[in-house]
Design a protein around this ligand. Structure first.
Ligand SMILES: Nc1ncnc2c1ncn2[C@@H]1O[C@H](COP(=O)(O)OP(=O)(O)OP(=O)(O)O)[C@@H](O)[C@H]1O
Ligand SMILES: [Mg+2]
Length: 394
């Protein structure tokens, strides 16, 4: 027998710290960022730039700035320009200016003594080091809100106004501040805020289709060919979309789904594996919700669960669900209810969060209702429903 081959080609490509070369649907923002820093590839000593990147969770703020940092330093070194990119997550340093600067200094002098200096002194020392080495630094303060929260206006003021106390000297410091929402800097005083807010790049939430593109790209890097189906990607994108367009959620789900696939030696990552992955993250099925369904709602849910268990699709039509329901009715020896009633049952199933429905207008015969089972593994749903129906019948 052939040994089982993992679906993964390189799972590190799904790691949260991996920075892909291509960022689908962020080209425009990447170009804009590069544009803001075009001076740094010519005469970085002449200017100091400040840019703010905002956007909701998982919209690619961190990865965009890191991609930019890697690209621009590579380009600078080709041109013989001393440019460094330093990315600091302020939250990791508890929002403390002192710890953030200590880290920045250690990038240039790893053995610099950790004690004995104030934040202000560290800032001065850092600039001195940059002067000595004739380097311009683009410092990204990721999760910037945490610095604002801890240190308030003064620290930010020190960073942004650094240059003004060094009239006619080379500029050493540019800043990229990354935050989810401009509300996080509301407590800064007006003048500090205005020095930051001149160049804002705001990242919009990803659409379903954009998430599909991002996931497809990642799948081709991380998985072996043809191990992840189109329906799997479609379902994962849908779930990431309903989690606020969070690409991270989608990528993590794919990784987990791959792990479940390998654990069961299935060879193909199916929508069912994604449902298993999502139910391990969010406990979606509350048994009391299932128990509260009436008899025919349970029969419809059972038919639908079986449909998904047998197919590898991410969605089925109402007509298919109706057929599956009719088969279940036969099994339970009851007369199926009418189409109109079924439609109502479907609304209940959707209201308690078991399924999701969508009216499609692109189907060949006009409007049709599509059903998804995004969160609950079909097998688990079937098992629970059978147990409940058995109890009810007894
Ligand atoms: N356009 C994209 N192309 C490829 N991967 C992307 C893209 N956007 C986001 N990602 C990936 O999605 C995940 C989340 O992105 P990132 O960490 O940059 O989000 P964020 O906006 O910084 O979120 P948070 O506010 O939670 O810090 C990362 O794994 C990142 O590589
Ligand atoms: Mg981030």
């Amino acid at each position: 027998m052939k040994p089982y081959q993992s679906v993964f080609r390189d799972e590190t490509k799904l790691d949260i710290n991996y920075v892909p070369y291509k960022l689908p649907h962020r080209d425009r923002e990447l170009r804009l960022l590069t544009e803001f820093f075009s001076f740094a590839l010519q005469s970085p000593e002449k200017m100091a730039q400040r840019v703010m990147i905002t956007g909701d969770v998982g919209t690619g703020k961190t990865v965009l700035s890191q991609r930019f940092g890697a690209d621009i330093t590579r380009e600078a070194s080709k041109r013989g320009i001393n440019l460094r990119y330093v990315h600091v997550n302020c939250r990791e340093y508890r929002g403390s200016l002192f710890l953030i600067l200590q880290h920045a200094v250690s990038v240039f002098h790893p053995n610099f003594p950790r004690r004995g200096y104030s934040a202000e002194e560290l800032l001065r020392i850092l600039v001195q080091m940059l002067d000595e080495e004739n380097v311009h630094v683009i410092l990204t303060l990721d999760e910037f809100g945490s610095l604002v929260e801890k240190e308030g206006s003064e620290a930010v003021y020190k960073l942004t106004r650094l240059q003004e106390t060094r009239q006619n000297k080379p500029q050493r410091f540019s800043l990229i501040c990354v935050l989810r929402n401009l509300k996080e800097i509301e407590r800064l005083d007006a003048s500090t805020r205005s020095t930051l807010q001149t160049n804002i790049i705001s990242l919009e939430k990803y659409s379903r289709q954009q998430l599909i593109d991002i996931l497809n790209d990642r799948v081709s890097l991380a998985f072996n060919p043809s191990t992840v189906t189109e329906d799997t990607i479609d379902l994962t994108a849908e779930l990431a979309f309903s989690e606020n367009g969070n690409a991270r959620f989608g990528i993590e789900l794919l990784w987990r789904a791959g792990k479940y696939t390998d654990a069961d030696e299935l060879g193909t990552v199916s929508p069912e594996c994604v449902r298993k992955a999502v139910s391990s993250i969010v406990p979606a099925m509350r048994k009391t919700d299932l128990a509260s369904l009436n008899f025919h709602e349970k029969l419809l849910a059972l038919g639908t669960a079986r449909l998904f268990k047998e197919s590898q699709k991410s969605q089925v039509s109402l007509a298919e669900a109706e057929q599956a329901y009719a088969v279940v009715c036969e099994e339970f020896n009851v007369q199926p209810h009418s189409h109109t009633q079924l439609w109502k049952y479907l609304q209940t199933l959707s209201a308690v969060g078991i399924i999701e429905t969508e009216v499609s207008t692109v189907a060949p015969r006009g409007r049709s209702t599509l059903i998804r089972l995004p969160r609950i593994p079909a097998r688990e749903l079937e098992r629970e429903l059978c147990a409940l129906l058995e109890k009810q019948g007894a």
